[in-house]
Design a protein around this ligand. Sequence first.
Ligand code: XLS
Ligand code: MG
Length: 364
Amino acid sequence: MKRIFSFGLWTVMHRGGDPFGQPTRAPLDPLQAMSGLAAHGAQAFELHAEDLIPSGSPDAERDRLIRKARGLMEDVGIICVACGSDVFSDPVFRDGGLTSNEARVRRQAIARYKAAIDVGHLLDAPLFNIWGGRDGAEVDASRSPLDALKRLRDGFNELADYIARQGYNMRLSIEPKPNEPRGDLYLSTVGHTLGLIATLEQPDRVGVVLELAHAAMAGLNPAYEVAHALHAGKLFGIHLNGQRPLRFDQDLRFGGANLKDGFFVVKLLEEEVWPGPRSFDARPYRTTDGQGVWQFVEGCIRAYQILAEKVQQYHDDPEVQHLLAEIASWDTEEPDDAGGASAPRVFAYERLDHLVFEILMGTR
Ligand code: XLS
Ligand code: MG
């Protein structure tokens, strides 16, 4: 299987600003982002429609920008694998997009998403991914979380219905996150999101995008989150990055933190031959300059390739094979030995875990 590597356009367009500091890098326009990504090993990108088309642009301007983008995509050989919408930065959405207490604002959020779905369709994106960054609260007295869930359900129903009616060849996904920018977000984890999806009118059309950092922010094991999505047949996308657990959203380069978590996520994706794009949603460090952004891109891709090689090495290692075969042999109802007086089981997990460490360190 040929792996497709993808990046959010917003990752390389990010200028290094943070809540405490101004940008440190010159702006990069979306077309430069696409051609730079293609030149540095990516075959695909994701975007928010607004990364390419400023919100409120007239139709003629939208069409002109899409024509330009499509021409460039053709020239440099890059495809669009997912589109979304920025329903978080405009102050109008400060109390929420789909969950705002103002019905008028909820309509605006829906209209934004529909317009972005059209953009995704025009770029041949097979997925529309919703990360509702403002769909949460700091003041729990302001809204019942149950009302918020009903509004999310209604909103996702309307958007899935829109995609179906338009006849677009596109699936819908929801990207959970526990917090940030809101104090708490209503769709916090894969489990919460799968629960909501099951209540939708067309659940088959809707899945999840799991981001490693978001799982780590919730203190969860990202591989288990991926497993839940896979088990439900709902892993529509993945956002790979690095993150120290239980902190603010760090969006570190893939490989920049939590090596072992990264390894076990890659292991799962490779073992399951998951066909989706390996998409990176991280940010170059604030200290990175314009050139360094492309080292960041190559670093993310290389980290995935190295971890995939490590997964292969793990499976090829005779001692690992022996230990795994032994574990598999326990999966029987038969008594342990003829006499029935079973010797205490010896679990060689210490050794197995150390072998993973040695493989990852390159000492084996
Ligand atoms: C933010 C999200 C965001 C989505 C795209 O934390 O990861 O970048 O992936 O809207
Ligand atoms: Mg993401």
